[in-house]
Write a protein that binds this ligand. Structure first.
Ligand SMILES: *Cc1c(COP(=O)(O)O)cnc(C)c1O
Length: 227
C-alpha cells in the first residue's frame, strides 16, 4: 500500500541517491512538493513528515490552502503561469515565484511586494525547448531580461527554471545541461544567482545530476492527480 509516508521516504531516498551519485551534498537540493489539486490535509500530512516547501500553480486554490494552514512554517512557491491581475496576491502570499517570464510581470511583482516582507525570490522561466505551446522566455532574451529583473527592488533574482519537453530522458538531460550552462554564463555578471529549478517526478535524478537546486515533485509524492 502506497501511503504518504512510503512515498515521501522513497522520494527522499531517491534524492539522496542522486545527490550521492553526483557528488553533491543533500542540502544542495530543495525538494519542492507540488501540491496543485491536493488538499490542505494532504499538505499537512507531508508537513508532519518534515516537508517544508510546497509548490502551487493556481492562485485561488493556493490561497485557500495557505489560509487553511496558518500555523505551519511552510515555504510557498508559485510555479504556474502568471496573469497580470494575479500579481498582487502572489507578491503578498508567496516566498518564491519560479515562473516569471516577462518584465511586465516582474515589475508588477516588485511594486506589489509588501514593504514589510523581504524581497520576493524569483526565477526566470526559460522555454528551453523553444516550444510554441509553452510559456517561458526565449534563451536569446535572457541576458537583458535577467539584468532588468535583477535591478527591481522588490525582487531577489535567484536563477532559472524550465520544464523540458518530456518526450525522452535524453532530451531532458540535454535540456537540463543547457539550462545549467545558461545560468553559469549569467553568473559572470550576476554572481549571486544560485538557483536552478528543474526536474519533476519522472526526471529529477537527471536534473540533480545536471545541477538542479530545486526539484518540483508532485505525482511521486502524492500519487496520480485526478484530471
Ligand atoms: C505539475 C508540475 C510539476 C510536478 O509534476 P509531477 O510530474 O507531478 O511531478 C512540476 N512543475 C510544474 C511547473 C508543474 O506544473
Amino acid at each position: 500500500m502506497e501511503t504518504p509516508e512510503r512515498r515521501y521516504q522513497q522520494v527522499q531516498a531517491a534524492v539522496e541517491a542522486a545527490c550521492n551519485a553526483a557528488g553533491r551534498p543533500r542540502q544542495a537540493v530543495t525538494l519542492v512538493a507540488v501540491s496543485k489539486t491536493r488538499s490542505a490535509t494532504d499538505i499537512a500530512t507531508l508537513a508532519r513528515l518534515g516537508q517544508r516547501d510546497f509548490g502551487e500553480n493556481y492562485l485561488q486554490e493556493a490561497l485557500d490552502k495557505i489560509h487553511a494552514l496558518p500555523d505551519q512554517p511552510l515555504v510557498w512557491h508559485f510555479i504556474g503561469p502568471i496573469q497580470s491581475n494575479k500579481t498582487r496576491d502572489i507578491a503578498a502570499h508567496f516566498h518564491w515565484v519560479h515562473s516569471v517570464d516577462r518584465l511586465k510581470i516582474a515589475r508588477r511583482l516588485s511594486e506589489q511586494r509588501p514593504p514589510h516582507l523581504p524581497p520576493l525570490n524569483v526565477c526566470l522561466q526559460v522555454n528551453i525547448d523553444a516550444e510554441t505551446s509553452k510559456s517561458g522566455a526565449a534563451e536569446a532574451d535572457l541576458p537583458d531580461l535577467a539584468h532588468a529583473v535583477d535591478a527591481l527592488p522588490g525582487l531577489q533574482l535567484r536563477g532559472l527554471m524550465a520544464i523540458p519537453r518530456a518526450d525522452s530522458s535524453d532530451n531532458n538531460r540535454a535540456a537540463f545541461q543547457r539550462l545549467a550552462m545558461t545560468l553559469s554564463s549569467l553568473r559572470n555578471t550576476m554572481p549571486a544567482l544560485d538557483t536552478l529549478s528543474m526536474g519533476m517526478s519522472n526526471d529529477f535524478p537527471e536534473a540533480i545530476a545536471a545541477g538542479a537546486t530545486h526539484i518540483r515533485v508532485g505525482t511521486a509524492l502524492f500519487g496520480p492527480r485526478d484530471t
